[in-house]
Write a protein that binds this ligand. Structure first.
Ligand SMILES: Cc1ncc(COP(=O)(O)O)c(C=O)c1O
Length: 340
């Protein structure tokens, strides 16, 4: 692998860095800035497309005509992969995890977009998903027997290749940081498969960026996320013949609530309030949960007035359309509906 691999432009970049003044005022703590990766595209919105730029470039260079990847039924990564494949002329096969291994009764949210983009899907139950790499290998074998040339993208696009999307993203933020009067700035973000955080840390180490990333886990334990980051860094260091990063990454796992994909009413209420105070859409699994975590940290005094926190908005908005907000909207939405 060359020091910096090739990328296929898919995302609309750079994304803006904006101050969220009403949210800042309402939460009474640090100045909150939002890095708008929800604007990397419409179908291609979110952090995943940045990683896919490197995977699709590698797939094309390898002569592939089909990509395969995996995730939960409402995976943003799978949706972005399906739409990126449609945009760049690849076929797309997805391995999706559902509760019992069968397709959900309604086609909604990201899963609907997967299908609209022409992706074909194999559903597996959680036990099957535990062996996702083997399932993808089996699918690859079948597709290649049929004449396809397949490029395998790991879960979340999080490996030593996808990581480069967030090395470049962090360099992009570095160009915007002079607008923020205080450093080092905290970069709060939702974390799961670790590729986003790994890229941020690599960039900070190599480029000397004055920022402190905080990975807010949406389900996994901090040691598990640390292990995922270390694996990506080790492979990237091997691939580039360079040293491991020595930066300090803070991983917070105290705000996972009910666990991966389970949003508590408090998280949903924070998400709804934040939308009403910013006009931005968040999602229950990732950005809504991470934002609620940030709010709790502000309440416990971790960040106060005078501090600046960049909330990296990693996208995920389509999941809003696959979630039931009834319980929280009855209580907390400003401007409730009336009959007339
Ligand atoms: C909207 C959103 N935010 C954050 C993440 C977490 O990123 P990573 O898997 O690179 O840790 C994901 C991953 O699926 C995501 O879809």
């Amino acid at each position: 692998m060359p020091a910096v691999p090739d990328r296929m432009p898919l995302a609309l970049l750079p994304t803006p860095l904006q101050r969220a003044d009403r949210l800042t005022e309402a939460w009474g703590g640090p100045t909150i800035w939002v890095k708008r990766d929800d604007l990397t595209g419409f179908g291609l919105s979110g952090n995943k497309v940045r990683k896919l730029e490197y995977h699709f470039a590698a797939a094309r260079a390898a002569g592939a005509d089909t990509v395969i990847t995996c995730g939960a039924v409402q995976s943003n990564h799978c949706r972005a992969t399906a739409l990126a494949a449609a945009a760049s002329g690849f076929a797309c096969r997805l391995v999706l995890r559902s509760g019992d291994g069968s397709p959900p009764p309604t086609l909604e949210g990201n899963h609907l977009l997967d299908r609209l983009a022409g992706a074909t899907v194999r559903f597996v139950d959680p036990d099957g998903y535990a062996n996702r790499d083997a399932v993808m290998a089996e699918e690859t074998n079948t597709l290649e027997t049929g004449g396809a040339k397949v490029w395998v993208i790991p879960e979340g696009g999080s490996d030593e290749l996808g990581m480069w999307g967030f090395v470049a993203a962090m360099a992009e933020l570095a160009d915007q940081l002079p607008r923020i009067p205080r450093s080092p700035v905290t970069v709060w973000h939702a974390a799961s498969s670790g590729g986003t955080t790994a890229g941020m840390g690599w960039a900070i180490d190599r480029l000397g960026i004055d920022a402190h990333p905080v990975a807010s886990s949406v389900g996994e334990t901090a040691p598990e996320i640390r292990r995922r980051i270390d694996t990506i860094w080790t492979r990237a260091a091997e691939a580039t013949g360079s040293a491991l990063p020595g930066v300090d990454i803070e991983i917070v796992d105290r705000h996972v609530g009910g666990g991966y994909g389970i949003a508590t009413d408090e998280e949903l209420a924070t998400q709804a309030e934040a939308t009403a105070l910013s006009g931005l859409l968040f999602d229950p699994t990732y950005t809504g949960k991470a934002l609620h975590g940030l709010r709790l940290e502000i309440e416990r005094g971790t960040y106060g007035k005078g501090d600046h926190v960049v909330f990296w908005h990693t996208g995920g908005g389509f999941a809003v359309f696959a979630h039931d907000f009834d319980a929280v909207l009855r209580d907390c939405a400003p401007g409730r509906d009336s009959g007339r």
